[in-house]
Design a protein around this ligand. Sequence first.
Ligand code: MG
Length: 353
Amino acid sequence: MKTLAGDMNSLQCPIPLDDYPQVVMAHGGGGKLTHQLIADMFQPLFANDILQNEHDGADLILPGKHIAFTTDSHVISPLFFPGGDIGKLAVYGTLNDLAMCGARPLYLSLSFILEEGLPMATLWKVAQSIRAAALEVGVKIVTGDTKVINRNQGNELFINTTGIGAIEHKLSIRPASIQPGDAIIINGDIGRHGMAIMATREGLEFETEITSDCAPLAGLVLELLKEEIPIHCMRDLTRGGLASALIEIALTAGKHITLSDESIPVLEQVKGACEILGLDPMHVANEGKFVIFVPRKAAERTLQIIKSQTLGKDACKIGEVTDGQPGMVVLENAFGGKRIVDMFSGEQLPRIC
Ligand code: MG
């Protein structure tokens, strides 16, 4: 198997663009062109000891019996946006779900569904981004698949990734573990990913460009576990935003959550963009934000550790699990005003991840 060393970004697309400037049906047909795509582009990019076996499936040795396993499909449009692209998102998105289980990410599968006519240079750019993201987090891409669908039957490119991670702690990190008195901490401002996408689609221009917060959270979570923080629950704030994540947890756990309105961080330009589009930042997707539930007495220490990391420097406490009507999230302001937080109905931001 070929391996390409050095900076992959400086290298030319290995598929001769004069012959195949675009993806054609035969790239997914299992014949010569599929073989060329895998052998010349994917295998060198994602090279590792497991992938090089070139077998029907990955032969994995796991460090223990307790693993986390998750999958996610990525259909975002546009493929490239301020702060990221579909490749980066496909790696971080799945790994962040593993991180929310308190797992150390180990392996990823990678499946492409390509639309006939996709520029080969675009696929190369996305594949390079996947490689960079996987290297950054230290996971191996160990198996994959490529399919091509007819022109106009898809939208350029879809990616599915499945992840496996090792759970190496004795905590029970899940909604059912939250308790009245738990502090709820967030690692920074909300709404950036969704608004970066919407601003791009709607052609909105702001003084400062809104960039996606797209980032891998595993490092931060592993640090908290290393410091033996007694984590009750964690959730990343993707589709549906902070509101959906907290309502889901409150419903599953049968607990009441009280948030302090003023404490929830939102950037000015995100607030502005939300106002223009009639959206509530509480409902807008994030790709590098999560909430963590910890016992009140562990809150200060948890904040300290999160704030010491780049991805958590703006962390703060936003609320608590309280005694009250189960399954409900309430937002309180400084004047004692209360409002019930709702999930939005219908599809607010399609193709956001
Ligand atoms: Mg999640």
